[in-house]
Design a protein around this ligand. Structure first.
Ligand code: HEC
Ligand code: HEC
Length: 514
């Protein structure tokens, strides 16, 4: 075993450990760049590649030499070679920047570093040393508590990242090139450009994120400066914000609806929802139907469900940095020019397909019509609302009366999270056009979401693929145990019957068979 562990550790360090600056061949780097990087970063390295206008955030302009991930001191203007190498090797999560370690050799990646430096005339610059990390303070409940105090104190981080760190403090931030930026949602570690390891967070807090509004808290001239020790506490706190029950687990594809004997949870924040299991799915931009959409701002939705004799209730939760209410002045100021309502929709087939067949990925088709329940957040003039559509593809959509089908919906917004509860009777109002919610069946279900402050309207939205909704049949242990006993009894009787009916084999018989 030991013999295996040592090479494994070495391989791990080789991949994940700090890079060690190496010389590279800029000319070879230029050749690889023209093949692999030019589409996004542009021929001149100015970030104006062919794909750039569809990307949010936009590709880096290398001529400005402003790198988001730098571990040099806050007053050092540039990132060092190791920083650039790491981003090329690992990519930048939450953006279009891919990691290249599967495609390019280590030397090729160093060649790229050296070529990219020439784009900003940095090839002669000496390499900046790493910042002073002091002595790392390991995470502990005390350190996290201290970090939280510092995070909240004088709105130090809250000013942009919001009270719970979801990036929802209402602000219209722009980066140095005038592109819209959002403070990171710190509860979603998979969107961190570097990682949510406290050491990475420490570095981001110390130097800020160059070219964006994320400030440098290691700057002694700032009135919000934090000591090395305090930066470790804040880093440990931010690391602890990773939501554990709202993280996508690819193996979780079923929303399990819990059976309630009495009334269902009556509001989106009813504590009874704790009795249900949350399942979180990735939202991807809609690029199947026209008009395609490439620059989403929300990336996950969490679903819970409950049912009783007569009704099914589905609770959807998703983080959205802005409560988009058209007509609202502050919402208008921070949004894209056309402010629309925030919205969420549930899609279900009218007829539950046989076996594992699911309706068409988009909005159903002629032989597989779907029900869509769409909730909208309302405007200053109109209250929130819910609509019912029957669709047979993107163009054949019938608007129906949601109230007549018994659909109700209610949403609340708090600290950067929408919670919307939708309910419907389990029996269909119109059995030709509405789905019936029977227990024990795997019912295909899909979701779509619109962030009204990100000019998401109509076909510009995010969506999930089809997953499953299961109304869990009674799990009462009494009947289940009884069933097991009956089965065991039947087996015992059969066994006895088979044995008594088969004539005893002799040793000679067995030898003959062998
Ligand atoms: C599909 C588009 C795409 C391709 C292809 C691409 N990049 Fe990027 N790259 C991006 C985006 C977008 C960003 C900016 C992410 C951000 O601002 O958070 C970026 C950022 C970077 C950064 C900045 C890192 C930092 O700390 O700020 C480097 C370096 C980089 N890319 C190098 C490369 C190299 C080298 C290649 C080719 C081997 C390449 N990229 C190919 C989209 C791309
Ligand atoms: C003035 C606004 C502002 C303040 C104050 C602020 N941030 Fe940020 N922060 C941002 C923005 C904007 C980004 C995203 C930058 C980008 O576009 O990549 C960000 C990104 C981050 C990231 C993401 C790092 C990564 O790898 O992606 C972390 C962690 C972070 N901030 C922590 C903090 C902490 C902790 C504080 C308080 C000590 C703080 N921020 C204060 C605006 C701010």
């Amino acid at each position: 075993m030991k013999r295996l562990i040592i090479p494994l550790i070495t391989i791990f360090l080789w991949f994940a450990g700090p890079a060690c600056a190496k010389p590279g061949d800029a000319e070879n780097g230029e050749r690889i760049y023209a093949q692999r990087c030019v589409w996004c970063h542009g021929e001149e390295g100015d970030g104006e590649g062919a794909a750039a206008e569809r990307l949010n955030p936009p590709p880096r302009d290398f001529t400005a030499a402003q790198y988001k991930i730098k571990t040099t001191a806050f007053d050092d203007d540039f990132a060092n070679d190791d920083n650039m190498f790491r981003m090329i090797r690992d990519g930048m999560p939450g953006t279009a920047m891919p990691g290249w370690s599967d495609v390019l050799s280590e030397q090729e990646m160093w060649d790229l570093v050296w070529y990219i430096k020439t784009l900003a005339g940095l090839e002669e610059e000496p390499l900046g040393a790493d910042m002073d990390y002091g002595t790392r303070i390991e995470s502990s409940p005390e350190s996290i508590a201290r970090g939280k105090e510092l995070f909240l104190e004088d709105d130090r981080c809250v000013e942009c990242h919001g009270k719970e760190g979801k990036g929802d403090a209402a602000k219209g931030l722009k980066d140095d090139s005038g592109f819209r930026t959002w403070p990171r949602n710190l509860t979603k570690p998979w969107t961190f450009r570097a990682s949510n390891d406290p050491k990475d967070i420490f570095a981001r807090i110390s130097t800020g994120i160059p070219s964006t509004q994320m400030p440098a808290f290691g700057d002694p001239a700032s009135d919000k400066v934090l000591s090395v020790e305090d930066r470790w506490h804040v880093a440990n706190y931010v690391n602890s914000l990773a939501k554990t029950d709202k993280v996508v687990a690819p193996e979780n594809t079923v929303v399990k609806a819990e059976k309630f004997e009495g009334p269902l949870p009556g509001s989106p924040d009813d504590p009874q929802w704790e009795q249900t299991t949350p399942t979180t799915f990735f939202l991807v931009p809609q690029i199947v139907g026209k008009e395609r959409f490439f620059t989403p701002s929300n990336d996950t939705v969490t679903a819970r469900a409950a049912f009783n004799e007569g009704t099914i209730a589905i609770l959807l939760e998703w983080d959205d940095r802005t409560r988009s209410i058209p007509g609202d002045e502050t919402a208008g100021e921070i949004s894209d020019p056309e402010l629309a309502q925030d919205s969420i929709a549930i899609q279900l087939p009218v007829v539950i397909p046989e076996g594992s067949e699911k309706p068409y990925f988009g909005m159903g088709d002629v032989s597989h019509p779907v029900n869509m329940w769409q909730w909208k957040s309302g405007t200053t003039e109109t209250p929130e609302s819910v609509k019912l559509y029957n669709a047979m593809g993107f163009t054949e959509i019938e608007i129906r009366d949601a109230a007549a089908s018994g659909i109700e919906a209610r949403g609340i917004y708090e600290n950067g999270t929408w919670k919307v509860l939708m309910t419907r009777p389990r029996k269909p109002a119109d059995s030709e056009k509405d789905i019936e919610f029977s227990d024990g069946e795997f019912i295909p279900i899909a979701f779509a979401a619109w962030d009204g402050s990100n000019s998401e309207q109509g076909s510009r939205h995010t969506m999930t693929t089809w997953y499953w909704l299961l109304l869990k049949p009674d799990t009462g242990t009494g009947p289940a145990i009884a069933a097991v006993i009956v089965v065991l009894l039947l087996l015992a009787i059969q066994f006895w019957w088979v044995r008594s009916a088969t004539p005893a084999q002799t040793t000679a018989d067995r030898r003959e068979q062998a």
